[in-house]
Design a protein around this ligand. Structure first.
Ligand code: FAD
Length: 418
């Protein structure tokens, strides 16, 4: 049985591992930390005394690669969300509230109904969305002129949420496939989904169990430092002080993050600008949790972007978080709590004692034109080595869907070449 050596056990590595195990490879994952999941994982936080995620993750029901991965590993039920494609928003400054609800099918009938549109928006603003089909090198702000209620209340938060990049820098063309695969297909493809119990329960633990049931192996605390080749193919993997031979017929997949790829793979083109995401968590005993029907609330005119509530933990995501990451943590906690407390039936003046600010400094690559042209191809000059990862050129922004799809594509490419 040939072996698939997979470097990195984030969701990209797990996705390629599942595909290659299905194709009868013996799978070995090399992971430099003591846990799998990478930037998508859960852990017990001592301050909160609760299991939390390294960051809130939102998926959409049109994320076909993520859903097929979860079907395979038997974890589809771990993703939950409303039955309808509803997105509630509140403008924290004005107190205005509205819910965007898409209709079924690709014809967006809902935009014809003034009462269902985002308050203050005109029909013509929605039709301008077609400009995404010929975005070229324009930023989201350039494409949508950076003005108008729909820009402020939809394009801006949607861009920051999906691309973790401010619209004056974000390459509009990276939004196009996201819209095409979700919102443009209607409600069935646009329902918001979150992990019922946590990211590891959804994407990581079931995948590890599935792989282990099929003879897969994961080597923790096992840092890959380089690859050897004979000019035609990869022949060995350098691991710590040792060396793992890659036999003829074996394959190697790099599922490393962009910032480590060069040191392991040698010269490889990769994005080199990254953006933080800040998550603020509060353990709220006896919270009213009126959001349970929706799970997620969008906040505008505020430091907080999205509020997620799971059990008794309320968590806030702040994307494109360079500025907030540099701020005093107490100030961030105070501001965010003041913004969200009324939404969960709490007193804004009573900051919970169990609270936590978590910053992922390199959450995603920056979705600018300059960065996306640095994304490399899946294939390499060695026929037994392919690349997977959210930063490989998979057409999508740095997301779970992009990561899992890149793993699936990498596996298909290898199988085809064999
Ligand atoms: C806070 C936050 C919020 C996010 N929100 C969302 C969201 O709402 N929706 C969404 O779809 N996406 C979201 N994302 C993006 C998503 O999490 C990532 O795109 C995805 O997890 C990347 O997976 P990956 O496997 O490509 O990379 P990684 O998760 O970085 O995995 C790479 C793995 O390789 C290992 N590794 C590194 N170097 C070596 C080495 N030399 N040897 C062996 N192993 C090595 C690392 O330890 C890691 O486990 C978010 C990310 C963050 C951080």
């Amino acid at each position: 049985m040939a072996t698939a050596h997979i470097i990195g056990a984030g969701v990209s590595g797990l996705s390629v591992a599942v595909e290659l195990a299905r194709a009868q490879f013996r799978v070995v994952l090399y992971e430099q930390t003591g846990h799998a999941g990478g930037r998508c994982r859960s852990f017990r936080d001592a301050t909160l005394d609760a299991i939390i995620d390294n960051g809130n993750h939102l998926l959409l029901s049109g994320n076909r690669s993520a859903l097929s991965f979860l079907e395979t590993i038997g974890a589809r039920d771990e993703l939950i969300g409303p039955e309808r494609a509803e997105f509630p928003f509140v403008d924290v400054k004005s107190g205005e509230r509205w819910t965007i609800e898409l209709n079924k099918g690709p014809m967006p009938w809902w935009i014809l109904d003034k009462d269902r549109r985002v308050p203050g928006t005109r029909l013509s603003e929605y039709l301008a969305g077609l400009k995404l089909l010929s975005a070229g090198d324009r930023t989201v702000k350039q494409l949508f002129t950076g003005q108008g209620a729909l820009y402020e209340r939809f394009w801006e938060p949607f861009t920051v949420g999906v691309m973790n990049t401010e619209p004056d820098e974000a390459a509009a063309r990276l939004l196009t496939p996201v819209i095409r695969e979700t919102l443009a297909r209607g409600a069935d493809y646009s329902r918001p989904m979150i992990s019922r119990r946590g990211l590891s329960f959804t994407f990581v633990d079931p995948a590890l169990k599935w792989l282990s049931d099929r003879g897969g192996e994961i080597r923790y605390n096992c840092r890959v430092s380089g690859l050897e080749n004979d000019g035609k193919r990869i022949t060995a993997i350098n691991v710590g002080t040792g060396r793992e031979e890659v036999k003829p017929g074996d394959v190697v997949v790099s599922a490393l993050p962009a910032w480590f790829a060069g040191s392991v793979l040698g010269t490889v083109s990769a994005p080199d600008a990254f953006v933080p995401i800040v998550n603020v968590h509060f353990r709220v005993d006896g919270a009213r949790m009126p959001l349970m029907r929706h799970h997620v609330l969008g906040l505008l005119s505020s430091m907080s972007h999205w509020l997620f509530v799971r059990d008794d933990v309320a968590s806030v995501t702040i994307s494109a978080g360079d500025k907030v990451a540099a701020m005093d943590k107490q100030e961030v906690l105070n501001t965010v709590w003041r913004e969200i407390a009324p939404e969960i039936g709490q007193d804004p003046a009573q900051l919970p004692t169990r609270r936590r600010v978590l910053t992922e400094r390199r959450a995603t690559f920056k979705g600018t034109v300059e960065q996306i042209v640095r994304r490399p191809e899946v294939s390499t000059r060695w026929h037994n080595l392919v690349l997977a990862g959210d930063w490989i050129d998979n057409g999508l922004p740095s997301t779970i869907e992009g990561s899992i799809r890149s793993g699936q594509t990498a596996a298909q490419r290898l199988l085809k070449s064999l």
